[in-house]
Design a protein. Structure first.
Ligand SMILES: [Fe+2]
Length: 153
């Protein structure tokens, strides 16, 4: 299975979000390497980190959408919740000794790339608009530092 190549096609133009997405991509690529070695113990460690980080990232995104008045934030949040549930069921199958890593990696890769390119790009225009309007008021930077205080970076 090929690694995800990070590039401008995956950027949505909101720097803290792009950094967080890149980190999620790094986790997935780490899992790809570990899966080749069938290293279950390390896979489990990274898997837990990936889940924790993704949950925090979703909370960050949801708060950003809320602050920017993105009209479809409820639907977006629902998509996040369904994905978290899907991954959680993979994790419990893994904990029960099943060999699900390849199947999980295909799901993660496909879902993340589609989600960034479609759903996240969609809210990015609203956020960027707000960033431009509020540039002089340093609204965006104070919002980001407020959010970053509560989220891992
Ligand atoms: Fe999202």
């Amino acid at each position: 299975m090929k690694a995800i190549k990070w590039g401008v096609d995956l950027e949505i133009g909101v720097p803290p979000i792009d950094r967080q997405h890149k980190r999620i991509v790094d986790y997935i690529n780490m899992l790809l390497v570990l899966n080749n070695d069938n290293n279950r113990e390390e896979i489990y460690t990274i898997l837990q980190q990936l889940v924790d980080y993704t949950v925090s990232h979703f909370a960050f995104e949801e708060e950003l959408m809320e602050e920017c008045g993105y009209p479809f934030k409820k639907a977006h949040k629902l998509v996040h919740n369904l994905f978290v549930r899907k991954v959680a069921s993979f994790v419990s199958r893994f904990e029960n000794g099943e060999d699900i890593t390849s199947e999980l990696l295909i799901t993660l890769k496909t879902w993340l790339v589609n989600h960034i390119k479609n759903d996240d790009k969609d809210y990015s225009s609203v956020v960027k608009q707000k960033m431009n309007i509020a540039k002089k008021e340093s609204w965006f930077s104070s919002l980001i530092s407020k959010l970053l205080n509560r989220q891992p970076t």
